[in-house]
Design a protein. Structure first.
Length: 133
């Protein structure tokens, strides 16, 4: 059985920019998952990405759709939303969905965001955990 890992928006953005996460996401030992909310947050940055990397928003969307991510709607983890809100809502409300999904799946969050450390979530992975740096 594959280990589920909840992916935060900053990891997806890095993958779209061709960073180290782009290769890691295709490692078949893991089932990378995220939330519909997180995908929406990434899509808000398409105009900036278009300017930064000189690729059309349509091409960026296509690249996003090719990432091997299972996307969950809020209904799947709504029973954990209150706990996640209590833990991280005051730090960054945009992280509530990611944390709620991780709590629901009882698994890891992959993020470069320090907010998960600040809230005390112990199952946190950074990119260096995958590449050994």
């Amino acid at each position: 059985m594959k280990v589920h890992i909840v992916v935060d928006a900053n990891i997806i953005m890095s993958a779209l920019l061709g960073g180290k996460p782009s290769a890691i996401l295709f490692d078949h030992k893991f089932q990378f998952v995220t939330t519909e909310f997180t995908i929406g947050e990434v899509e808000k940055y398409f105009p900036r990405l278009e300017k930064k990397i000189g690729v059309s928003q349509k091409a960026i969307k296509s690249a996003l759709e090719k990432l091997p991510l299972r996307v969950y709607g809020a209904g799947f983890y709504e029973d954990q939303a209150k706990e996640a809100e209590t833990m991280i809502g005051d730090i960054d409300e945009k992280d509530v969905d990611v944390l709620a999904l991780a709590l629901r799946l009882k698994t890891y969050v992959w993020s470069q965001d320090k907010d998960f450390e600040r809230c005390g979530y112990e199952k946190l992975l950074k990119t260096y955990h995958f590449i050994g740096e």
